[in-house]
Design a protein around this ligand. Structure first.
Ligand code: GBH
Length: 488
C-alpha cells in the first residue's frame, strides 16, 4: 500500500502519468522530460480494468456432471458433420475441474477482472422447473476463487448453451416462453451470486447466436429461419434480455450493475470525412436495429420495420418498454468492422463497402484486421446513446499457433493485432469515450464452436491431450500492457 502510494506520488511529480509507475520501463532518454515525450499517448485512464474472457460450453467440459442437463450445443456438436472433426465440448478445457489453475493463469497476467458465462442447463437442467443447486455451486466455487485472488467476476448469463428442453418444447428463442424462462433463471442466479458478483451481462451476442444459429444453420440449433419467424425469434431474444434485466433488478443485492455483451456491427467510415462519419453513425443504428438499437432506444428503427414489411416482428408497447430497461453499462464484443461511405441516393444515407478479396484477415475468414473498429465501436455507442460506462467485452484473434522447438508459441501476429487494436481503443479513451475496461478473448484456446478445436483464440496455448496450458508471446505482451496500463 505504502509502495503504491509513493509510486503514484512520484508519477504525479514527474508528470508522466501511469507509465512512470513501473520499474521495467526501458530508459529511453537522459531526462524525465525525454522519457515523458517517448511515452506520451500510450497510457490508459487510471483504474482501467484489464481482463480476459471465456464462455461455459467452450471451456468447462463435464457436461454430464452434477446434474447438468443437455444444451442445444451438446445436441448440435454430437450431430455428425456439424463441427470440424465432429468436435464436441464434452471435455473441452476441463475447466470445470481445472478452474483453480486457470485462475492462477489470470493472476500471473495481473488481470483484475474475468468474464465467464454461466451454463443455464447446470442451474436449470430443463431450462425451467426445479433448479439444480449443485450446478450453481460450481459458480460459487469459481467466484470465491476469483475473489480470493483479487479478480473481479463479470458473469454472463447466456453464451449460447440453451437448455435442450426449451428448444424441444418451445422452439428455443422462437418461443416467447423461452424469454420468460430466461428471466426466471436470471433472477434466480442474481439472488444467489450478487453478494459477490457485481457485474452481470444478460446475453452474449444476439448477432451471432440468432443469425448464425437460427438463420444460417451453422451454429446450434442449426435452423434456417426466414421472414417473420426469424424476426420474431430476434424479438424474443431481445425481450428475454429486457425481462432478465427487470428480474435481476428485482432480486439482486444493491450495487449490482447490469448490462449486455453484444457483437455490434461496427460501421467505419472509409475515409474520415464529415459526410462519411455521419453516414457511419446512421449505419450504426440501422445495422444494429434488431438488437442494440432497440435495446438502447426502445423502438425498432423505421427503416428496419419498413424494409421488413409484413415480416416485421409483432410486439406490444409493453415489450418495447421491457427491452429498453435502462442498463448500467454497455458491453461490446469487437473483432472486425464494416466499411461504409455516405450515399445520398440510398434511403438510409449510407452504402456498405465490402472488404476486397485481398483484405488481410486472421485464419477465421470473417475476421478482417481492422484496428479502428475498436475506436469507432465505443465512440458510436457513446455518441448515439450517451452510454456512460462501456466495456470491450471481447476482442482478440485466431492465429495458426504452433509451439516452437522451445515449446513457446511466438504468436507475433496476435501481438501485432492486439497492439494495433489497443492503439485505437486508446484513441477513444483519450477523446473521453467512457470505456472502463477490456476483456481479451480469450484467456486460453478453447472449443471454437463450429470450428471445433482447429481455430485457436487464446493467449495461453492448450495442449488438449494433456490439458497443459502454456503462455504464448501474446500473454507476455498482455502482462506488460496490464502492468504499465499502457500500450507496449
Ligand atoms: C465471439 O463471436 C464469440 O462470443 C466467442 O464465443 C467466440 O469464441 C469468438 O467470437 C471467436 O469466434 O461461421 O462464417 O457464419 C464473434 C462473432 C459471430 C464471428 C459468428 C463468427 C460466424 C461466422 N462471431 N461468426 S460464419
Amino acid at each position: 500500500m505504502k509502495r503504491k502510494f509513493s509510486r503514484r506520488t512520484f508519477a504525479k511529480l514527474a508528470g508522466v502519468g501511469a507509465l512512470a509507475a513501473t520499474t521495467e520501463l526501458p530508459q529511453l532518454g537522459p531526462t524525465a522530460s525525454a522519457q515523458s515525450n517517448m511515452t506520451t499517448g500510450r497510457e490508459f485512464p487510471r483504474g482501467f480494468l484489464w481482463g480476459t474472457a471465456t464462455a461455459s460450453y467452450q471451456v468447462e467440459g463435464a457436461v454430464k456432471e452434477d446434474g447438468r442437463g443437455p444444451s442445444i450445443w451438446d445436441t448440435f456438436s454430437h450431430t455428425p458433420g456439424k463441427t470440424v472433426n465432429n468436435a464436441t465440448g464434452d471435455v473441452a478445457n476441463d475447466h470445470y475441474h481445472l478452474y483453480k489453475g486457470d485462475v492462477q493463469l489470470m493472476k500471473a497476467l495481473g488481470a483484475k477482472a474475468y468474464r465467464f458465462s454461466i451454463a443455464w442447463p447446470r442451474v436449470f437442467p430443463n431450462g425451467d422447473g426445479p433448479p439444480n443447486p449443485k450446478g450453481l455451486d460450481f459458480y460459487n466455487r469459481l467466484v470465491d476463487e476469483l475473489l480470493a485472488n483479487g479478480i473481479q467476476p463479470f458473469a454472463t448469463l447466456y453464451h449460447w448453451d440453451l437448455p435442450q428442453s426449451l428448444q424441444d418444447r418451445f422452439g428455443g428463442w422462437e418461443g416467447r416462453e423461452t424469454s420468460k424462462a430466461f428471466a426466471d433463471y436470471a433472477g434466480y442466479v442474481a439472488q444467489r451470486l450478487t453478494d459477490r458478483v457485481k457485474h452481470i451481462f444478460t446475453i452474449n451476442e444476439f448477432g451471432a447466436f440468432i443469425e448464425v444459429g437460427y438463420r444460417w444453420g451453422v451454429h446450434a440449433p442449426g435452423l434456417r429461419l426466414t421472414g417473420l419467424r426469424l424476426n420474431q425469434t430476434r424479438h424474443h431474444a431481445v425481450l428475454g434480455h429486457g425481462l432478465a434485466v427487470q428480474a435481476i433488478r428485482a432480486s439482486a443485492k444493491s450495487g449490482t450493475k447490469v448490462g449486455i455483451a453484444e457483437n455490434i456491427t461496427v460501421p467505419v467510415p472509409v475515409v474520415e470525412t464529415p459526410q462519411n462519419v455521419a453516414a457511419a453513425e446512421r449505419a450504426m443504428r440501422e445495422m444494429n436495429a434488431q438488437y442494440l438499437t432497440v435495446i438502447m432506444e426502445g423502438k425498432y428503427t423505421d427503416w428496419y420495420l419498413k424494409s421488413n414489411g409484413a415480416d416485421a416482428p409483432k410486439f406490444t408497447p409493453e415489450d418495447l418498454k421491457s427491452i429498453s430497461s435502462p442498463l448500467d453499462f454497455v458491453g461490446i464484443n469487437i473483432y472486425t468492422n464494416q466499411f461504409v461511405r455516405a450515399d445520398e441516393s440510398s434511403p438510409a444515407g449510407f452504402a456498405h463497402v465490402p472488404h476486397p478479396k485481398s483484405f488481410p484477415h486472421a485464419p477465421s475468414p470473417w475476421l478482417f484486421i481492422t484496428p479502428d473498429a475498436l475506436y469507432w465501436g465505443p465512440r458510436h455507442v457513446a455518441k448515439l446513446w450517451g452510454a456512460k460506462e462501456i466495456y470491450i467485452t471481447e476482442n482478440g484473434c485466431s492465429a495458426a499457433d504452433e509451439p516452437a522447438a522451445d515449446g513457446k508459441v511466438y504468436d507475433t501476429d496476435r501481438v501485432t493485432y492486439l497492439r494495433s487494436y489497443l492503439t485505437q481503443l486508446r484513441r477513444a479513451t483519450a477523446e473521453g469515450v467512457p470505456v472502463r475496461g477490456y476483456f481479451l478473448w480469450s484467456l486460453m484456446d478453447n472449443f471454437e464452436w463450429a470450428d471445433g478445436y482447429t481455430n485457436r483464440f487464446g493467449i495461453h496455448y492448450v495442449d488438449y491431450a494433456s490439458q497443459k496450458r502454456t503462455p504464448k508471446l501474446s500473454a507476455d505482451f498482455y502482462r506488460e500492457v496490464i502492468a504499465r496500463n499502457a500500450i507496449v
